[in-house]
Write a protein that binds this ligand. Structure first.
Ligand code: ACO
Length: 326
């Protein structure tokens, strides 16, 4: 068995920034409400010509460069997204074409905010069993295209962005130490886009009823998120026989600063060991964790030998944790 780890990371963030003040011009909200309830101050928003694949491609090029690889070295491309360029074909297929990769296996993975860590776990299996050597895992969303800007309870939360990582063989003791992913569809209606799929195809009525936008039961999700993130973090740490106080860094999904604070308090992880960029980035769903990871790697916050726990929670509901030694 070959150990798998992350060889390179990259980000693709749209240039335009939307502040809380900007949103007060659109919906009945305030900087004070958004900041105290979520920790978000601003988020990026894609320009009309940008798409999920363009953000992924930007991020992928940087990740490949850091890994010292070219697109032709890739064996698999996984694109984690719930906001693909279009229903058909996959965004991963567009990435394969635009990157100039060989005609390798490329597919999209739908697990909402947990998509990136689901993708890394899938990639790990191929690398461990030597069926693939270099796998690009991207996480990207243009949720601004799926937000109802008359619904203040959702439109203030999400931002656009993309990030990618190259997963490949590493020398132990580096690499993925433990991981665990979950899905519980009993909460499928807590965060969803009702129309546009086979259950409720697009029609004049669905457009009129604003059914192509994100609907969320935020309050209920908040409690499930705190519980799931704590539980999965403990389980993944236990699998690797590591205590929370041995962690160098904790990267939680950036959904709400209050969720992060509650989870860290329960786990006993001090704030200086927790990474947060939610204030500048908002919730970018599947891009959230890889954007954090890339920022930490490039800024030197993650150093060789560091033990890093990433934990995620999202629609589905989905959740999971990945422990890695850099
Ligand atoms: N500005 C001002 N007031 C607002 C806003 C806003 N933007 N949004 C809601 N309010 C109001 C509500 O109308 C409500 O008013 P009322 O009391 O008069 O009815 C009041 O604020 C409180 O609303 P709550 O929903 O109870 O606010 P809460 O403190 O729960 O915060 C939030 C809402 C931020 C959505 C929070 O519940 C949350 O973060 N939930 C978890 C989200 C999450 O984890 N999602 C999953 C991951 S995302 C993914 O997978 C794509």
């Amino acid at each position: 068995m070959t150990a798998a780890g992350i060889l390179g990371t990259g980000s693709g963030l749209p240039e335009k920034v939307i502040t809380n003040l900007d949103l007060t011009q659109i919906v009945d909200t305030s900087d004070e409400w958004i900041t105290t309830r979520t920790g978000i101050k601003e988020r990026h928003r894609a320009a009309p010509e940008e798409t999920t694949s363009t953000l992924c491609i930007q991020a992928a090029k940087k990740a490949l460069k850091m890994a010292g690889l070219t697109p032709r070295d890739l064996d698999i491309i996984i694109c984690a997204t719930i906001s693909p360029d279009m229903p058909l074909p996959s965004t991963a297929a567009i990435m394969q074409r635009e990157l100039g990769a060989e005609p390798i296996m490329a597919f999209d993975l739908s697990a909402a905010c947990s998509g990136f860590l689901f993708g890394v776990m899938v990639a790990e299996q191929f690398i461990r069993t030597r069926q693939a050597r270099y796998i690009l895992v991207a996480g990207a969303e243009l949720l601004s295209r799926f937000l109802d800007y008359t619904d203040r309870s959702t439109c203030v939360l999400f931002g656009d962005g993309g990030a990618a990582a190259v997963v490949g063989p590493v020398e132990e003791p580096s690499g993925i130490l433990a991981a665990e992913m979950h899905t519980d569809g009993h909460y499928a209606d807590h965060l969803y886009i009702p129309a546009g799929g086979s259950a409720r195809p697009a029609s004049c009525e669905t457009v009129r009823n604003r059914e192509h936008f994100v609907k969320m039961r935020g309050n209920e999700l908040f409690k499930i998120a705190v519980r799931s993130l704590e539980e999965v973090s403990r389980r993944v740490l236990a699998k690797a026989q590591i205590c929370p106080n041995q962690l160098d860094l904790f990267i939680p999904h950036q959904a709400n600063q209050r969720i992060t604070n509650a989870v860290c308090e329960r786990l006993g992880i001090p704030s200086e060991k927790v990474f947060s960029n939610i204030g500048r980035i908002g919730n970018t769903s599947s891009a959230s964790i890889p954007l954090c990871l890339d920022e930490c790697v490039r800024s030197g916050r993650i150093k060789k030998g560091d033990t890093v726990l990433m934990a995620t929670f999202g629609a589905g509901v989905t959740w999971g944790g990945t422990l890695i030694r850099w």
